[in-house]
Design a binder for this molecule. Structure first.
Ligand SMILES: N[C@@H](CCC(=O)N[C@@H](CS)C(=O)NCC(=O)O)C(=O)O
Length: 207
């Protein structure tokens, strides 16, 4: 198997982090996204929507971050989708995609005041849901271990920090707990140079 991804892409990072948390040792190949590879004929034959990540398997390509993680969990071992919390994991994974990753992604690429207003309002609502869920003192969304319910949120929280979205103390504490896992720390470290690179493109130096 082979994962086509990019260390700056939030959804790629979601899958790469899931793989590391699961202990998968699947080869990762960076897509040359800035050179237009996503819209090349070759890449579109893997994912007709021209988006990363894509997992190439003997049974053909699998796209959509959650579908890739579900495929790996189905093959086993089951690490991120524990049976007793399966519905909850899938629910918060979906919320994480729709209201955390998508919202911060929009603002990452478009710094218009209007985009900031709508993206940050969506983030406020979504992090509010997370805060409510964590208010009983649990470490992570399903208890003491990191599950699929936390994976997208982990990546989103990292982007929120680099984009200076004001995380509440409770969500900052949640992110700090997540970062104690070596796979999360490694994911943040791997993305850092790319995050800096795109920031420098968008924030011209003030002389
Ligand atoms: N729903 C998809 C979203 C994938 C996605 O939006 N990927 C972005 C990178 S984070 C992408 O490839 N964007 C390129 C484009 O839309 O042209 C998933 O979960 O995999």
């Amino acid at each position: 198997m082979l994962l086509r991804y990019h260390p700056l892409s939030s959804y790629s990072r979601k899958v790469a982090l899931a793989m590391d948390l699961r202990g998968d040792t699947i080869e990762k190949v960076a897509v040359d996204a800035f050179a237009g590879e996503l819209k090349s004929e070759g890449f579109l034959s893997l994912n007709p929507f021209g988006k990363m990540p894509v997992l190439e398997t003997d049974a053909g390509p699998i796209y959509e971050s959650t579908s890739i993680i579900e495929y790996l969990e189905e093959r086993g071992p089951r690490v991120l989708l524990p049976l007793e919390h399966e519905r909850r994991c899938r629910h918060f994974d979906r919320l994480g995609d729709l209201y955390l990753l998508d919202a911060i992604g929009k603002f990452f690429w478009n710094k218009q005041e209007e985009t900031k207003k709508t993206s940050f309002a969506t983030l406020d609502r979504a992090w509010g849901v997370w805060e409510q869920e964590l208010s009983d003192g649990r470490d992570f969304m399903c208890g003491e271990v990191i599950t699929l319910a936390d994976v997208g949120a982990t990546i989103a929280a990292h982007y929120c920090i680099t984009e200076e979205y004001p995380l509440s103390p409770a969500i900052q504490a949640y992110f700090s707990r997540l970062c104690t896992h070596p796979a999360v720390a490694a994911s943040n470290e791997a993305a850092a140079p790319f995050v800096e690179f795109t920031r420098s493109m968008r924030y011209p130096a003030i002389e």
